[in-house]
Design a protein around this ligand. Structure first.
Ligand SMILES: *Cc1c(COP(=O)(O)O)cnc(C)c1O
Length: 405
């Protein structure tokens, strides 16, 4: 008979042998003192600097957000009490969806419990319910989009990363009358490169496709109102559907789509991952609303400072001869190229230097391209950066990791 426990143990041992076993750092972030945190190791605690948070703008500690959440808990209680259809739609949810629609210049928006769920639910619903639909998906798309694509059961074609010529080659081969969805991200969060949104929209127009854009790593941070790269590039009205998260630059939790009223109503009416799950708590909707409002109206100084911090870190790493990867965004990846070594470097940064950066290993990135991924925020000081660079030089030279200079 099957020995289940032995099976699980073997699988875990295999991950450990490859260096791909994940160990979570146990942290307590301190509102008002980002990016610093307390790290817990059993009885022991340490004050550390977090260098890999996706709370890119520190909105998770913003006083407006904390006040809105606290107030909503006091007035509306803890949970929503049901699915959106069964008493879970509060005034806060409606206000937040209105705000998100306005942010993206779309007629409507729809909330989900996370960005992952938004992608899985919206993509699977759209592609499964349009007869004969074909999905054209960038080869580096996020796991949540891949899940939605798979779940739809629709035909899919994978085009080369950020490559309009390869996308066109696929589009040409599909019968003109079939529904087609071009699925891609704006900022790719592991390499920090950015999609040619306008060129993808040109192709979608030419071949009668719609576009599905994941702006999870761009909302809050790009464009005059923080609506994302599509806003920055003047392409927001050309993209059919924009998907985003409330959990990264907006600092809270939840995901959404924004699109035409009819498309959004279609997803609202058919998506299992929207219909059959309880609504986000009102306090979450209230906090996210405060965050989006702030970032939209007053976020430009933070966006400027965020870009400046990322540029400064890239420059400092380059000057130190560290193998920083080319990135045109706020993401600062540093190549290690080996899973076990990547984990070792991350561990030593923590134990020797109290610096926390997560190793990024397979399957998040291809084998042989294991890396550290730094996400400087407006709250990382020059001093934090100097200490980081010195720590990296120490750990990289101890392990003789290839450096530029
Ligand atoms: C994090 C992420 C998501 C999922 O968003 P959550 O709100 O964290 O569930 C979706 N797409 C991309 C590209 C992401 O990196």
């Amino acid at each position: 008979m099957m020995d289940y426990e032995a099976f699980f143990a073997d699988a875990l041992d295999k991950l450990k042998a490859e260096g791909n076993y994940r160990v979570f750092a146990e942290l307590e972030r301190h509102a008002g003192d980002f990016p610093h945190a307390t790290s817990y190791d059993g009885e022991n605690t340490d004050r550390i600097t977090v260098w890999c948070s996706n709370d890119y703008l520190g909105m998770g500690q913003h006083p407006d957000v904390l006040a809105a959440m606290t107030q909503a808990v006091q007035t509306a209680g803890a949970g929503a009490g049901g699915t959106r259809n069964i008493s879970g739609t509060t005034h806060y949810h409606v206000l937040l969806e209105d705000e998100l629609a306005r942010l993206h210049g779309k007629e409507a928006a729809l909330l989900f419990t996370s960005g992952y769920v938004a992608n899985e639910a919206a993509l699977s619903t759209l592609a499964a319910r349009m007869p004969g639909c074909v999905l054209l998906s960038d080869e580096l798309n996020h796991a949540s989009m891949i899940a939605g694509i798979r779940h739809s059961g629709a035909e899919k074609r994978i085009f080369r990363h950020n490559d309009p010529a390869d996308l066109e080659r696929h589009l040409k081969e599909i019968e003109p009358g079939r529904p087609k969805i071009v699925v891609f991200e704006s900022v790719y969060s592991m390499d920090g490169d950015i999609a040619p949104i306008g060129r993808f929209c040109d192709l979608a127009d030419r071949y009668g496709a719609i576009t599905y854009l994941d702006e999870v790593h761009a909302v809050g941070m790009y464009g005059a109102h923080g609506a994302g790269v599509a806003e920055r590039d003047g392409a927001m009205d050309r993209v059919t559907l924009i998907q985003g998260t409330l959990a990264k630059a907006f600092g809270v939790i939840g995901g959404y789509i924004a699109a035409s009223a009819k498309l959004v109503d279609f997803v609202r009416s058919h998506a299992s991952g929207f219909i059959f799950t309880s609504a986000l708590p009102p306090s979450i909707a209230a906090g996210a609303l405060a965050s989006v409002r702030h970032v939209r109206a007053f976020g430009q100084p933070d966006r400027d400072r965020h870009q400046e911090r990322a540029a400064t870190l890239k420059r400092l790493l380059t000057e130190a001869g560290l193998p920083v990867m080319p990135s045109v965004s706020h993401i600062v990846p540093v190549m290690v190229g080996d899973a076990a070594l990547c984990k070792q470097v991350s561990d030593e940064l923590m134990t020797r230097h109290r610096i926390y950066v997560q190793p990024i290993n397979y399957p998040t990135v291809p084998r042989g391209t294991e890396r550290l991924r730094f996400t400087p925020t407006p709250f990382h000081s020059d001093d934090d950066m100097d200490r980081l660079v010195a720590a990296l030089k120490d750990v990289f030279s101890r392990h003789r990791i290839r450096c530029a200079a």
